[in-house]
Structures are given as structure tokens and as C-alpha cells.
Design a protein around this ligand. Structure first.
Ligand code: MLT
Length: 313
């Protein structure tokens, strides 16, 4: 195995590098530019990335020795899966490493948005005491609609139920019994839109979910709904969101993810009814260490031809 070469092009914690180095030559090049990746990828048996590196068809064509791509994290929308599959390159991810971190950040955003925490903080920092201007809404008894009840959606549901929210969820891949075990009532998407006071998105970005939250979806939602997204930019049509914020159809949005990252100071980011964080939901020490450990094990298993836990293609 010592002859195997593994390239890591995004931030990765030391525990993962140590674990890989025991069995392979590891090049740790976080922040590698796309052209440099294209130039050097033919030398490697495995590539490990997070979300920043785009593993597109050009990279895959140039990767003449590549056997496995490891995604330290959940979303694989930055990897051209069809190209990888067509060249028999295995793609693996770490679907459980981030669950708690992302669920907790989702709850933090819900509270910060609905209880005006960020607005109050911004006013204090500009020397304004706006106590009388802020009268927010209690969360207890409000309806939280979760779109997508995978690992993260389920963890959000259970935590939100603990805060007294009534949780409804839509996930056509899950049984009603599964949803009920995770403190959620199973509903159609139309029901979710019409009943939820707060909507949190937990689906991957795919051609099916791209812009699923558009003008038509906003029109079906309750007036004054709050929208939370820690899943992927691109699921929400940001132009439609701006209109819905302007008309008051959406009372506020809390976003950790954007169509373009980094987005810069866009109209969405700077909107007074939007709380924005820089894709940090999974940025906890614990999640990063778990993701590095999990992907190191999985990539080494793939190189050895052993059974895999999290094979995407
Ligand atoms: C993920 O897909 O794992 C999260 O969005 C975190 C990340 O990409 O770093």
C-alpha cells in the first residue's frame, strides 16, 4: 500500500492525515487552484475533498490512475458523479459525521431569526437601544415544517420537538412510522407549505431540488413564514426569495448556504430580514475530526478493495 498516493485539496484535520499516512503517501494541499489540480491529478490513486474543490469532468478525464474520490462531508454536488462512474472511479462520503453540528446550527438559526437575536445584536453594536421595536414570536406551539427527513432533518426534528415546536415533515422516501419515531407528522409538500410557520430545508442539491423553493412555492406558504436553509444554495431561487421578503410573504430567512460561495455582499446577504452565516453549520471541531476519520477509513478501504459503508457510485 505504501506506493498508493493520496491528494487532499481542502482543509482536513490532522487525525485523518495521520491515519492515511500510515498506509499511503499523502499530499496535503488545501486551497489548491483548479488548474494545479488538473496538472497534477494523474499522479494520484485517491483524491479527498470537501465542498470547495470542484471535481468536474475535466479533472476526472485527467485522473488516469484515480480509483477513489472521498468527500469529507455529506453533499457530493461538487463532484461529477456520472463522469466518475463512467471511469469506474468510486465516490464515497461521510453522511453521519456532520449530523449533530448541522442540526445544532439549524436550531441556532431558527432561534436567532425568530427571536430577533441578530437584529438586536446589530442594533446594540451600532449604539441603538431598540427594545420597544422588537416584539418577537414564541416558538412554543409553532409549526416547524422540515423538507427532507434524512440524518440531519431527523436530528432537527427531535431537537425542535424538545423545544415545544409541532414538527411536520415531508420525505417521500421515508415511512410515516419512521417520521413518527422522529417526532414528526408526515405531510405532503403542499400541506407543509400551507401549515408551517417555519420551514427548514434538508434535501441535497440535485436537478430535482434546484430552485424547488421558487415563486410558486412561496405563494403556497403561510404569509409571514420563516425560511431556514443549511442544506445547499441553489435549492432556493434567491431572486424569488427577495420578492417574497419585500412583499412580507416571507417574514425572514436564515441562510448558511448560497447559490455562489462566497456570495459577496449580495442583495440577499445584506437584506435586513436575512441572517447569513458563511457555510459554517458543519464547522465544529467534533464534526471535522469525525469526517476526517470516517473518510480516511473509507478511502483506504476502497483502495484495498474492501467493503464500503458509504459508496455513492
Ligand atoms: C456538507 O455537505 O458536508 C456540509 O455542507 C459541510 C461542508 O461542505 O463543508
Amino acid at each position: 500500500m505504501a506506493q498508493m498516493k493520496i491528494l487532499i485539496t481542502d482543509n482536513f484535520t490532522e487525525n485523518g492525515i495521520e491515519s492515511l499516512s500510515a498506509s499511503a503517501d499523502v499530499d496535503y494541499q488545501p486551497g489548491m487552484a483548479p488548474d494545479d489540480l488538473l496538472d497534477c491529478i494523474s499522479a494520484y490513486d485517491a483524491l479527498i475533498v470537501r465542498g470547495r474543490t470542484k471535481v468536474n469532468a475535466d479533472v476526472i478525464v485527467a485522473a488516469s490512475k484515480l480509483k477513489v474520490i472521498g468527500r469529507a462531508g455529506v453533499g457530493v454536488d461538487n463532484i461529477d458523479l456520472a463522469s466518475a462512474q463512467s471511469r469506474n472511479i468510486t465516490v464515497v462520503n461521510t453522511p453521519t459525521a456532520n449530523t449533530i453540528a448541522v442540526a445544532e446550527h439549524t436550531l441556532a438559526l431558527i432561534f436567532a431569526l425568530v427571536r430577533s437575536v441578530a437584529q438586536g445584536d446589530a442594533a446594540m453594536k451600532s449604539g441603538r437601544w431598540i427594545k420597544d421595536d422588537i416584539v418577537s414570536t414564541e416558538m412554543g406551539g409553532k409549526v416547524l415544517g422540515i423538507v427532507g427527513l434524512g440524518n440531519i432533518g431527523s436530528a432537527v426534528a427531535q431537537r425542535a420537538a424538545g423545544f415545544g415546536l409541532k414538527v411536520i415533515a415531508h420525505d417521500p422516501k421515508k415511512t410515516d412510522e419512521f417520521l413518527s419515531r422522529h417526532s414528526a407528522e408526515s405531510v405532503t409538500l403542499a400541506d407543509l407549505y400551507s401549515r408551517a410557520d417555519i420551514i427548514s430545508l434538508h434535501v441535497p442539491l440535485s436537478p430535482k431540488t434546484q430552485h424547488m423553493i421558487n415563486g410558486q412555492a412561496f405563494a403556497q406558504m403561510k404569509r409571514g413564514v420563516y425560511l431556514i436553509c443549511t442544506a445547499r444554495g441553489g435549492i432556493i431561487n434567491e431572486t424569488a426569495l427577495l420578492s417574497a421578503l419585500e412583499t412580507g410573504q416571507v417574514a425572514g430567512a436564515a441562510l448558511d448556504v448560497f447559490a455562489q460561495e462566497p456570495p459577496g455582499l449580495t442583495a440577499v446577504v445584506s437584506h435586513p430580514k436575512v441572517i447569513a452565516t458563511p457555510h459554517i453549520a458543519a464547522q465544529t471541531h467534533q464534526a471535522q475530526i469525525r469526517a476526517a476519520a470516517d473518510i480516511a477509513d473509507e478511502v483506504l478501504a476502497a483502495l484495498r478493495g474492501e467493503p464500503l459503508r458509504w459508496k455513492i457510485v
